[in-house]
Design a protein around this ligand. Sequence first.
Ligand SMILES: *Cc1c(COP(=O)(O)O)cnc(C)c1O
Length: 390
Amino acid sequence: MIPSILPTYSRAPMQFVKGEGCWLIEADGRRFLDMGAGIAVNVLGHANPELTAALTKQAETLWHVSNLYQIDQQQELADRLTEATFADTVFFTNSGTEACELAVKMARKYWSDKGEDRVEIVAFTGAFHGRSSAAIAASGAEKMVKGFGPLLPGFIQVPFADHDALRAAVSDKTCAIIIEPIQGEGGIVNVPDQCLKGLRDLCDETGALLIFDEVQCGVGRTGKLFAHEWAGVTPDIMMVAKGIGGGFPLGAVLATENAASGMVLGTHGSTYGGNPLACAVGNAVMKTVANDEFLDEVNRKAGLLRQKLEGLVAAHPGVFESVRGSGLMLGVKCKIAPGEVVSAGFAEEVIVVPAADNTIRLLPPLNITDAEISEAVVRLDRAASALKAA
Ligand SMILES: *Cc1c(COP(=O)(O)O)cnc(C)c1O
């Protein structure tokens, strides 16, 4: 018999009833150190007092109004985001997937309005942009698209880091190039700064719009507000979600005035996107994260975590291979199935997240303490020892 929850997820046996900072707690009091943060979502930890206060205050005042009316909290968040980034304008969504939908629509409408037949969107193998028809077509991965055809046409996948294939794929039919500055689901794979610069140049030459998917790597995760800032280039369109809501469903598409020029009155909408509850939390997240002192601390802690993970890899060469990633978005490539490492971590009450390419991911709350970083690596060390003994 089919379970009452559609069985698309393989769920671990833990059941958390409470969260506190970097900790998730079961009914019997067992405390797990959460290095996954709901997959890069809880940027300020669980039950953060400032976010709770912002959400509660808004809940007591006004939950929801339609986008048919002015929404102060939304205006404030849009102003914060445009002030802090390349973008001139923002549309709010409820998720990363919805941000992908709009990014694709925006890019196609841009060329349509110019009267040009440019609909092709170039994406990269190993990419993840969500689970909608557009997002799975962009990824092209067999496990995501199989059985869901006919797929949305117009997407081309280029092998990751294959410059010749990229040059060959981009033509006067190319509408946009979409890329995660750091692949998350793909296994924490950094795009080198010079490649992001190269993509920007290629887009400038050909006119194609550049879309950065910063759903996982954005909002302070890499020690800059957005990961592309490290490379010193900006996109035309950017997808944001996960961390921006700190656990409340919120996403956004940020764009330049030029890239957004096709999205005029009536061309897009959302019932919930940017509602007062979500934006009250988004503003509270931005207030803390879009701050140099906070980001300096993320960088310092990232250095500490990375150094300790390098030590872990050196201590367990039969289990681990190497550390990669950037900031507090780190991956450890494993020599055994990453699922086994994740399970061994659960036994030691530390949570990490599996990813593709035999990798485990560490994406802790950005306000994790030094002591918690040390404790997480001690627990992973015990997990790796238990795996070796088994
Ligand atoms: C999670 C993720 C998405 C999809 O976001 P949802 O909120 O799950 O729809 C898109 N792109 C990237 C890079 C992601 O990590």
